[in-house]
Design a protein. Sequence first.
Length: 260
Amino acid sequence: MFDRGTGTPIVLIPGLQGRWEWMRPAVDALARQHRVITFSLCDERTSPFPCDPKRAFENYIEQVDAALDRAGIDRAVIAGVSFGGLIATEFAARRPQRTSALVLANALHASFEPDARQQRYLQAPLLMSPVFAATAPGRMRPELSVTFPSMVQRLRFTAENGLRVVMAPSSPSRMARRVAWAKSHHFADPHSVKAPALIVTGEPGLDRIVPVDVSRRYLSDFERVEHIVMKGTGHLGLVTRPDEFAGVLQRFVNGARLSA
């Protein structure tokens, strides 16, 4: 478990790949102003948290509870990235006493249905993983071309991000299992979330992983909700522009705390 910084505590939940290291630029930027607690999902081999496959998605809710307990914190801002948004929203709905605010970055919504291409990956994750890896640059290129107009900038980011991925490898089979766990889970009513919520997305058309309109479905779920678009980004905004992402959260957290 990563626990660094001082100030308002923020629990940052990683996406489908399950590794917190993929978010390292955002974690470091946030830790300059806040206390950041993050972790790899509990079914990762590197995670120190227990995981019972029979409990499926419930493991992740219990992991957030355990992380707060280990940090000695009663309440925190609960932030979920991509797939982690499902975990964060479910936790906020079921643990309102431990959720001071909710942040969802490029988040999947519980109503999301995989398209035909994604279904093929989920049905045969190991077989399809070479195809997934080979097509990744094509999915990232439109976003990176806007975020980094300079070829040198794009190459530098690609090299740095690639190193993070290599050093913290994901498992296609575990990723597919996480989606299956989410699809079989009975989610709490998101309308029960009373904490202030922030939806952070990139621009429509640039997020080739979670369409912006999927994340925007949360806007009708919460009573107190804001939506911020990080211009010139898609799905990777928290790592391509970590200082901007941290600044957005800083302004939201301060406002949420002052109005509480």
